[in-house]
Design a protein around this ligand. Sequence first.
Ligand code: GDP
Ligand code: CA
Length: 319
Amino acid sequence: MRIVVLAGGIGGARFLRGLKKAAPDADITVIGNTGDDIHLFGLKVCPDLDTVMYTLGGGINEEQGWGRSDETFHLKQELAEYGVEPQWFGLGDRDFATHIVRSQMLGAGYPLSAVTEALCDRWQPGVRLIPMSDDRIETHVAVDIDGERRAIHFQEYWVRLRASVPAHAVVPVGAEQSKPAPGVLEALSEADVILFPPSNPVVSIGTILAVPGIREAIADAGVPVVGLSPIVGDAPVRGMADKVLAAVGVESSAAAVAEHYGSGLLDGWLVDEVDAAAVERVEAAGIRCRAVPLMMTDLDAAARMAREALTFAEEVRTV
Ligand code: GDP
Ligand code: CA
């Protein structure tokens, strides 16, 4: 079975770990979000690709959900001693090595997809991880600072400001002119099932869908597309997805996120049991819906969610 998953960082990575356990023989291709990418200290940092790679490769900081395990921060401290900004982005010493290798390879002319493949040679994530695009795309967020509307990098909004001010717009800068990375459209056209893990609908999956051709390829794939809600009980399970949903005019509820994707894209949508009342509303939008436990408290819980998604995909399959 060929499964394609559109993934952001933590939510996507933890779901993927469950999926690998639920379907050990499946051929899994992950289309990773690169809208969170940022250039820091002359290095290209790809937080979501790395979260997937480290989580599936066994190098993740489990408690945090991102960054390396067994990490130290000497380099960050030394940079701070020089007064070098930004100091709000946490890059550890082990993590820096990944960004140095990546930046060196990009500088030598390799596209990001080839670099990601090379990095995965070490981590052996057990899935094929492809960035959504080899082109530079950076999500910017429009906010008001000192009474003035300004666009800031997504990481500045998320990490420095902790999404504490209203987002007026979320723009994947560069997406319009971008192309899907090699292998992305092929994987979608050859998929048996396409899954949207409980990743952020705006700045993770939304950004991937903003790459011209990807949304169309999913809609035209003719295979079940099943998503799992990152919103449980009208709030994100982790993080501040409600803030960016508000920016695109979507309420923070499992049903509203399904409607936002729409029946043109989704065939099935899983909501948590606490949101069982949303099932009717989602089905009224033309999307099959079911309520199941959606909290990834441990690997087994994530595997059960993945199994539910695959079973549901078989049910919604229209031949
Ligand atoms: P990020 O790039 O690290 O923010 O990660 P993703 O975009 O892949 O996932 C973020 C989303 O995952 C957030 O909106 C969370 O609500 C959601 N999430 C995290 N843990 C869980 C969980 O256990 N269950 C569900 N349903 N959603 C989760
Ligand atoms: Ca992310």
